[in-house]
Design a protein around this ligand. Structure first.
Ligand code: 0XW
Ligand code: MG
Length: 367
């Protein structure tokens, strides 16, 4: 079946309540891009990409739409039978820009799933579970308040917490980690995410001052080289997030042994097809990882959950979706929701979500 049109929609996703504060930047209103790929028989597949502001990663919303404008005309008229041909076509149109290609990859898998009558998780190798754990991510905040939120979220059923630190006095970061641990103890697994905001020296100090607390450090420093410098010097395991900019970076991190696990983002890596490769690479070295995206609505949430369902549960660190921080759903009929800290895996063909047209503005581009 051939691709007839590709439509691009812009969706504003304001942050509910306080701004979302990370060491690398504060965001209040996110700009998401949805793509709708329609084939000549009238079937539509949806994809989404939503960078969490312009400084979290070297990606931004306007960049996503510009890259899609470069790629999409080359896909119109193409047959959808071979995902590999379509991926090759995308690479022939534009070098890099994984996060834009990701939206198209997700939409094409949604289409393939609907056509074959199977959920996207089946196309990714098959689900191991029908319900995946999520994790709650705090913002960089005052230690007592962060500990209070952490305990609340554990009571709400989250099996894992990601505590944001960095970009402020060491004393505040150390106090936050201690207070969270005193509040929740072994009731939840803890990741401490500095979003590239610490120096090697600060990481070493936090490591020593919180030595007995069983947490994993997530992306403590800016570059992979700085993180490599921590090897053998810190007591806590170290996970990479932002540095996993593409499959080669993941391969480098795994082969050099500098990462004990990963916080993975579907769009950064180029979509679900590439994420499935990373999932399998991690399996070879028994490395734990999450399946998240930086931000976005129901479409990207569903994509994360389908991949999450295919990961060996004992190594799975959770699927983070933005639901706790955004108002409403693009698919109010079959929204992707967190219940007791977990998310049900959609069982219907394709992604199992469809943005409600009345909630979308007119497309910003049509190819
Ligand atoms: C918790 N997240 C998945 C949401 C924000 O985009 C930051 C991110 C992270 O782990 O860094
Ligand atoms: Mg992170």
């Amino acid at each position: 079946m051939r691709i007839e049109t590709i439509k691009v929609y812009q969706v504003h996703l304001p942050v509910k309540g306080d701004a979302y504060r990370m060491a690398s930047g504060t965001v209040q209103d996110l700009d998401s891009t949805l793509v709708e790929v329609t084939t000549e028989d009238g079937l539509s597949g949806w994809g989404e990409t939503c960078p969490v502001g312009p400084v979290y990663q070297p990606q931004h919303a306007l960049g996503a739409r510009a890259a899609i404008a470069e790629i999409a005309p080359g896909l119109v008229g193409e047959d959808t039978t071979s995902m590999r041909r379509l991926a090759k076509r995308m690479d022939e149109r534009l070098n890099g820009h994984n996060y834009a290609k990701a939206a198209l990859d997700i939409a094409l898998l949604d289409l393939a799933g609907q056509r074959l009558g199977v959920p996207v998780s089946t196309l990714l190798g098959g689900a191991l579970t029908d319900r995946v754990p999520s994790y709650y991510s705090t913002i960089v905040g005052e230690p007592d308040e962060t500990a209070r939120i952490a305990l609340d979220k554990v009571k709400a059923g989250y099996p894992r917490l990601q505590i944001k630190i960095g970009g402020r006095d060491l004393e505040q970061d150390v106090a936050t980690v201690h207070k969270v641990w005193e509040a929740v103890g072994f009731k939840a697994r803890i990741a401490v995410d500095a979003n590239r905001g610490l120096t090697v020296a600060a990481t070493l100090h936090i490591d020593r001052l919180c030595q007995a607390i069983p947490f994993v450090f997530e992306q403590p420093c800016n570059t992979m080289e700085e993180v490599a410098n921590l090897k053998g010097r810190v007591a806590h395991p170290v996970y990479l997030d932002e540095n996993t900019e593409d499959l080669n970076a993941v391969l480098r991190a795994i082969s050099s042994g500098i990462a004990d696990g990963f916080g993975l983002k579907v769009t950064r890596l180029g979509g679900l097809t590439k994420m499935a490769t990373v999932r399998d690479l991690c399996a070879i070295r028994s490395l734990p990882h999450s399946c998240d995206d930086a931000w976005g609505g129901d479409v990207i949430a569903a994509a994360c959950v389908h991949l999450a369902a295919t990961v060996e549960p004992r190594r799975f660190e959770g699927a983070w979706i933005a639901q706790e921080y955004i108002e409403g759903h693009t698919d109010p009929v079959n929204p992707v929701v967190i219940e007791n800290g977990h998310i049900r895996v959609p069982q219907t063909p394709g992604l199992g979500v469809k943005p409600e047209r009345s909630r979308l503005n007119a497309p910003v581009a049509t190819f």
